[in-house]
Design a protein. Structure first.
Ligand code: BTN
Length: 322
């Protein structure tokens, strides 16, 4: 594939790229350009060719690593790996973390997962051709106790990406469920390798139910899980959503490095649907009720109980009561 030609088409942003410009930039004849366009078409890129105007990229193939990487060029995402099917993108990304020199800013994406992992040892439904399953490899300069910040950051980035790209009012339910219409539309699972005082390598996995239909969910999930298609009535472009999530994550990551945790906590609070609600939190055998009043600097949930006492919870499942 001719990456320079694809870059020119991507940078033209839906406008026409003149054959002459392409031939000058690539240092090849117009016939040579045409041959490269044919090769891109064979790879699934839909490219319109109009005499006297030039070439226009109409649509890239779904989840094309070359296209995704070109759209993200200039930032810190240096490598995008797309699998047709893996056990779990988090698992694949964790094995990259185990390499001698793991690379900050690698993204692992899959069309489907055979053993998608959810929080608290659960599985994550991962059928093919519908949803987004992606895991980011990061080498953050953070202490292990600050790791929850990355999960909060990923929740903020994902909710904002859904709002911008899909025009849908995504919210965050503590700790990091992405919610739409009162049901779960996505989730985040952070895993990591740590040294005693720093995170050596962290993997942040994001699963978004994009174009799944009600019938794709088993009956027991239909009351609690949803997809962007179900909520908006529109099929959504997985490439565009992945790009928006990664751009938004990168922007917030830069904010974290430059300004610390406060702006992320503030944005999390703004997008949270849990704060102010009466909730039931279940963790292990224990269940407690209270009003969710805030999160701590470390991302733990602060509950005010009926007797006025406060309780801080670090993990668990939240049910909104009202
Ligand atoms: C949750 O239970 O809410 C977290 C779900 C996280 C699912 C994503 S899909 C991509 C990545 N790979 C996995 O195996 N899990 C995460």
């Amino acid at each position: 594939m001719n990456r320079t030609l694809l870059r020119l088409l991507v940078r033209s942003r839906g406008d026409y790229l003149s054959g002459q410009h392409a031939s000058d930039a690539l240092g090849m004849t117009r016939a040579g350009v045409w041959k490269q366009i044919t090769k891109l078409r064979e790879l699934g890129f839909v490219i319109e060719a109009v005499p006297s105007r030039g070439y226009r990229l109409v649509s890239p193939p779904d989840l094309s690593p070359d296209y995704l990487l070109l759209c993200l060029e200039g930032g810190f995402w240096g490598n995008v790996i797309v699998h047709d099917r893996v056990d779990s993108t988090n698992e694949a990304a964790m094995s990259l973390c185990g390499e001698a020199v793991p690379q900050h800013g690698t993204v692992v994406i899959a069309d489907s997962q055979s053993k998608g992992r959810g929080r608290l040892g659960r599985s994550w439904l991962s059928p093919p051709r519908k949803n987004v399953y992606l895991s980011m490899v990061l080498l953050p300069d953070l202490a292990p106790r600050d790791a929850p910040l990355l999960t909060l950051l990923a929740a903020v980035a994902s909710a904002e990406a859904i709002r911008r790209q899909c025009n849908a009012p995504a919210a965050i339910k503590w700790p990091n469920d992405l919610m739409l219409g009162g049901k779960k539309v996505g989730g985040i699972l952070t895993e990591m390798r740590t040294d005693p005082d720093r995170i050596r390598c962290s993997v942040i996995g994001i699963g978004l139910n994009v174009n799944a239909r009600t019938g794709d969910f088993p009956p027991e999930l239909r009351e609690i899980a949803t997809s962007l298609l179900i909520e908006t009535g529109i099929r959504h472009d997985r490439n565009a959503l992945v790009i928006e999530v990664l751009r938004s994550f990168e922007d917030w990551y830069r904010v974290l490095i430059a300004q610390g945790r406060e702006p992320i906590l503030a944005e999390w609070r703004r997008l949270a649907s849990t704060l102010g609600k009466d909730v039931r939190v279940t963790f292990g055998e224990e269940t407690i009720r209270g009003t969710a009043v805030d999160i701590t600097d470390e991302g733990m949930l602060v509950l005010r109980r009926d007797d006025g006492t406060q309780r801080i919870v670090s993990a668990g499942d939240v049910t909104h009561l009202r």
